[in-house]
Write a protein that binds this ligand. Structure first.
Ligand code: AMP
Ligand code: MG
Length: 472
């Protein structure tokens, strides 16, 4: 792979107000911290390229060439419920498309959308994004990916503290957000033109099966609702809390995007808020489906100049009902219930969630031990629920062995706990990147035993409730 292979010719299909060409600003003394060999393999990027000076120079914006034009995208968004017109890639640069992925640098310097920001990303948050996006991929959850992580000696200031800047080379089949449509909507007098252009672009790139449909814009909306619902149900089933579900952080492909103050839930608590800046708990774990629906209602309003608002709203009205069905069916899979039905099993599942919460049980460990048949049965906390579960299992036709084998494939042993990420960050800030690379392996294979990392399967006392703020 070299920069000349990165395609940006699709920009011809979009009005220039949707993007700005921009050169990145190199970091001082850049060095590779980690490379994602598995994604590189999918992109057919060979080992020698990954190790080459050219690859590092590409990430550090040191390559200037007339046939290579990185760009930043414009978008708007509702942040914590309030509309902000002028967001955009304030610290990201799109390098172009390689195979099915748009490569993007995060932390590459200021752009016309930086507002008061410095265009940088600190090492701490870059490690968090790099690892968690790959962990979500490892869990089979739709997400943007990360191809490489680069550190540097460039100093940046965050909350009166000096930190070092880093860059994540991200990769995604689309970087278009709900907020990209909000940006089209606020174009004076030309709303429809911009909305149609963007919608046609999104259909071509992400939903080609809709291209010849008579009501393609309504269909596009329905498809975005469905994809968002699938993603949120998966988040809830693994205990992922995003933390900043602003409309500019919602992908039109239903991908998990923009990893900031996220956290994997440890002790089960539906009221869990992972973002320290979220004082009202707007983006708490239990609110995620409702916020997704709220964000989708904004999208319906935004698309209303080109699609039937009533049809879109009534489709979105069914979001929570459909979400519950999808979420419970994922929970039933985690419990190994093959002949599951919502009506028959909903109480068993609801009771389990209530018990896990009341007893502050570590969510991931519980399902892991249930699947490994290593649950400590002396533990009085959940015996009453377990009795009900055993009775229910008698209705199953598959053998216990087959059920447990199946359950072990979907209930991870390892998740990236905040305490683990902090340990990797602390070591990296002292120049040791071993844990970043170890955790990348675990992230890709969370169901494996990894005996040497056994101590990471339990929450570390005192750190489990550690939360992050937006400052990154
Ligand atoms: P986020 O909360 O990371 O999704 O970012 C929200 C908006 O702020 C986006 O438009 C970002 O590009 C922008 N932003 C965040 N951090 C910075 C920064 N350090 N410099 C410039 N823009 C930033
Ligand atoms: Mg964002």
């Amino acid at each position: 792979m070299n920069h000349a292979q990165l395609d940006t010719s699709f920009l011809k299909l979009l009005d220039p107000s949707f993007y700005s060409f921009q050169e990145g600003k190199p970091l001082l003394n850049p060095y590779i911290i980690s490379v994602n060999h598995s994604l590189a393999h999918n992109l057919q990027i060979d080992q020698s390229t990954l190790l080459s000076e050219d690859f590092l120079q590409l990430i550090n914006s040191e390559i200037k060439s007339h046939n290579f034009q990185p760009y930043a995208s414009s978008y708007s968004g509702h942040q914590f419920g309030y509309f902000v017109p002028n967001l955009g890639d304030g610290r990201a640069l799109n390098l172009g498309k390689l195979k099915n992925y748009h490569l993007q640098l995060k932390g590459s310097g200021t752009t016309p959308y930086s507002r008061d920001g410095d265009g940088r990303a600190v090492l701490r948050s870059s490690i968090r994004e790099y690892l968690m996006s790959e962990a979500m991929y490892g869990l089979g959850i739709p997400t943007t990916r990360a191809l490489a992580l680069v550190g540097s000696h460039t100093k940046v200031l965050r909350s009166y503290t000096q930190e070092t800047a880093a860059i994540v080379l991200r990769a995604s089949s689309s970087w278009i957000r709900f907020g990209s449509f909000e940006f089209a909507y606020i174009q004076k007098n030309k709303k429809e033109y911009y909305l149609k252009q963007l919608a046609d672009f999104v259909i071509m790139q992400s939903y080609p099966e809709l291209q010849n449909k008579p009501n393609r814009y309504e269909e596009l909306y329905f498809a975005i609702v469905d994809k968002t619902l699938e993603m949120i149900a998966l988040w809830q089933s693994v205990g992922f809390c995003h933390g900043v579900m602003n409309t500019d952080n919602m992908s039109i492909e239903g991908l998990t995007i923009d990893y900031g103050p996220y956290a994997m839930m440890e002790e089960f608590n539906t009221g869990f808020v992972c973002n320290l800046s979220d004082h009202e708990g707007r983006y708490s774990f239990e609110n995620q489906p409702y916020i997704a629906q709220w964000n989708l209602s904004i999208l319906a309003k935004i698309l209303s100049p080109i699609a039937d608002h009533g049809l879109m709203e009534s489709y979105n009205d069914n979001f929570i009902g459909k979400f519950k069905k999808q979420y419970f069916s994922l929970m039933a899979e985690k419990l190994g219930l093959k002949n599951y039905s919502f009506d028959k099993d909903k109480n068993l599942i609801a009771k389990l969630l209530k018990t896990l919460q009341q007893q502050s049980v570590d969510y991931t460990s519980f399902f892991y031990h249930l699947s490994a048949d290593t649950l400590d049965l002396k533990d009085q906390k959940i015996t009453s629920w377990l009795k009900e579960y055993s009775r229910r299992l008698k209705e199953e036709t598959v053998s216990k062995e087959d059920r447990l084998t199946q359950m072990r494939k979907i209930n991870p042993k390892y998740i990236l706990r905040n305490s683990m990420l902090q340990e990797a960050i602390d070591a990296a800030q002292n120049g040791d990147f071993t844990l970043v690379n170890d955790f990348l392996k675990i992230a890709h294979n969370p169901y494996d035993e990894w005996k040497e990392y056994e101590h990471y399967t339990q929450p570390k006392s005192g750190l489990e409730a550690m939360r992050c703020s937006c400052s990154s």
